[in-house]
Design a binder for this molecule. Structure first.
Ligand code: MN
Length: 304
């Protein structure tokens, strides 16, 4: 169990908030075996929001929108981070991992050189809501061993501030609290921030890092710009004086704040494979076709 200390915001003040460069509504789409979702971070934004490749938001109380889930499919070259707000999803993969993701839990999976996995809802009714974020791997790590960890909500580091924010730290560090996962090269920051009426939350951000906010309850204001429900606000990097972001809410609101250090490497995506070159994509396709993707992890049993 994690404790939830109330921390003073004093040592973590932001002198000047980044502004909102653009509001993004995302694209309604379906994936897997017909799961309806909103693709908030689309392929067109991969360079602007490097090192992030995708953010999907799914949320429905209609089982027809989610029941078929995501049957066996491969990944290579990046990491998937699934954050379940409501509902239950069972994960199984070719590296021998299995885990039930539910109510507030996070699953962090590093596909590396390859996994084949399924993500199947474990409910026939009720609300299914959550997010899947794709974080790129640097070229040198794209063919590393797969890795996987589940975090129950109670195991996510969390804190409250005297500014009226309750924060879960999924990745990176905030207000001196280390998150569940850290990564050296991309330095991902992934926070789930719940604000009460009149709440305010400040987070320092390195100038070169790309950052965005996604609102999933209520509305918030960032540097004078209203960010409505179900919108992503891309935070500007242009103001060299801006040392972070300040998020304010006049009523209850919940937002994700996601930031990271861009890789500035070529991004070549073909469906579930994200590599640095077309040649590496051909290799991934032929490895998958020939049953070599995910094979080593299965046969060694190293991660089972
Ligand atoms: Mn997947």
């Amino acid at each position: 169990m994690s404790s939830t200390p109330t921390l003073s915001s004093a040592g973590y003040a932001v002198q000047r908030s980044r502004s909102v460069e653009r509001l993004v509504a995302g694209q309604a789409t379906s994936d897997g075996a017909g799961v309806k979702l909103n693709r908030v971070l689309t392929q067109q934004l991969q360079h602007r929001l490097d090192p992030y490749l995708m953010l999907d938001a799914f949320g429905s109380d209609n089982p027809n929108d989610y029941i078929a889930g995501f049957p066996d499919h491969p990944h290579r070259g990046f990491e998937t981070i699934t954050y379940m707000i409501a509902g239950r999803m069972l994960h199984r993969d070719s590296a021998g991992h299995q885990g039930l993701l539910e109510n507030g839990g996070v699953q962090w999976m590093t596909a590396g050189r390859g996994v084949i996995h399924s993500e199947i809802p474990q409910q026939e009714q009720g609300v299914m809501e959550g997010f899947q974020l794709w974080l790129n791997l640097p070229g040198r790590d794209k063919m590393r061993q797969p890795w996987y960890q589940d975090f129950a909500h109670a195991d996510l580091p969390s804190f409250a501030t005297d500014g009226g924010a309750a924060v879960s730290v999924i990745a990176g560090a905030s207000h001196g609290v280390q998150g569940a996962v850290t990564r050296e090269v991309t330095e991902p920051l992934y926070l789930d921030i719940h604000l009460g009426a009149g709440g305010r939350f400040a987070q320092t951000l390195p100038a070169g890092h790309n950052a965005f906010v996604y609102v999933y309850r209520g509305t918030v204001t960032v540097a004078g710009t209203a960010v409505p429900l179900a919108r992503m606000a891309i935070l500007s990097n242009k103001d060299a004086e801006a040392d972070g972001v300040v998020i304010e809410a006049s009523d209850d609101a919940k937002v994700l704040l996601i930031a990271g250090k861009p890789l500035k490497e070529p991004i070549v995506q073909y469906g579930p494979f994200v590599m640095n070159s077309q040649q590496e994509i051909y290799q991934a396709l032929s490895d998958f076709r020939d049953g070599r993707l995910g094979e080593e992890a299965t046969t060694t049993g190293e991660h089972a």
